[in-house]
Design a protein around this ligand. Sequence first.
Ligand code: GDP
Ligand code: MG
Length: 438
Amino acid sequence: SLSEKLQSAFKTIRGHGKLSEQNIKEALKEVRMALLEADVNFRVVKDFTERVRKRAIGREVMKSLTPGQQLIKVVNEELTELMGKESSGLSFATTPPTTLLLVGLQGSGKTTTAGKLASMLRKENHKPLMVAADVYRPAAITQLQVLGQQLQIDVYADGAEKDPRKICQKALQQANHEGFDVVLIDTAGRLHIDQELMQELRDLKALTSPQEVLFVADAMTGQDAVTVADQFNKALDVSGVVLTKLDGDARGGAALSIKAVTNRPIKFVGVGEKLDQLERFHPERMASRILGMGDVLSFIEKVEKAIDEEKAQELERKILEQAFTLQDFRDQLQQFRSMGPLDQLLEMIPGADKKALKNLQVDEKEFVRMEAIINSMTPDERLHHKIINSKRKQRIAKGSGTDIRDVNKLLKQFEQARKMMKKMTGGKGKPGFKIPRR
Ligand code: GDP
Ligand code: MG
């Protein structure tokens, strides 16, 4: 299966110490083969492996992950991306009824999906009406009626009417009169695409202005499903895809290529013949299912969480320790200076006690002196002001063309600024806020 093949691809780099261009290349060769064998569109495979390669090569290697796990992570993310990243649900009309047009080839699962979807919607408190618009096979109408009876969902059908347009018109009238808020139209399919059918569906679309045109595709047909989806989309501008029969030994190709080829999201998947076997499509879950490496993926997730946690703690610790350094002080001075002459700034503060503020004023020369002093410190001194003893002070004074009194003054000003920072972060050195954690 695809999962097994992908897993063996990752085994090829298990022995290596780190991700290199060579071992990525080897593993990706196998990934490529596995995807092609799973009937994924070759262009999609090409783009996919290229994206993975680029991302894997430029990657900062996480200490806690092996190169194999590292690559699995990238492949998983790209698989998810390929299928649409997020799950997209149905859109509903602002004024009911919402109309859903189900289209697709014969046997793809339209009628079954209509029943499954109606049943799902009713559970979400909608009042659905199913419409039998497949007039070419009498059995098709009966099939929908039987489904309706099983599910206790209303069906609009008219065996005597041969024009699906008229059927839809009348069905919508009934929905309006009887307060059905979702109308699911089960249309006819053919074994192959033909223009007569496409025209009929285009007419139905124009007539019913559906919120969704859902293309129903049989996942077992692999790349054919993708080609047909592309053609239906070009003719009808479908809004989403329902992929049926994913429970069978579908090779996964359709799920992987449909979004990339049509740029339309998969919205639901059929996972069995039973009427409750329809699921919302989640790209992320599908990707892990295809990879078949649930345990590895959850391990990777745990490692990532732990790393995030570490970073958050470090940041919090810094704030707790009032890690406001001389370096930060210098940055602040520079910012302050770039705001322009202090006089003008003070003028702009309404109701400011100008006299008091004038006393705080630092003139341009003083700024220059303060900066020069900090610039003469070693990086270590700037980060740990406590180490600045008198010997160091002498050196700093000399280097900045000032004297020891200036250096002491600056250090005092710095201490004051630190105190202010302390106050701003909530007294007693404890910050008034916490770094949010995931
Ligand atoms: P339509 O011609 O497009 O209306 O297709 P139908 O709804 O009649 O379905 C054709 C066949 O596919 C039926 O036998 C269904 O039971 C079967 N089918 C539909 N969806 C699924 C699914 O998700 N899984 C499986 N195993 N069978 C399905
Ligand atoms: Mg049918």
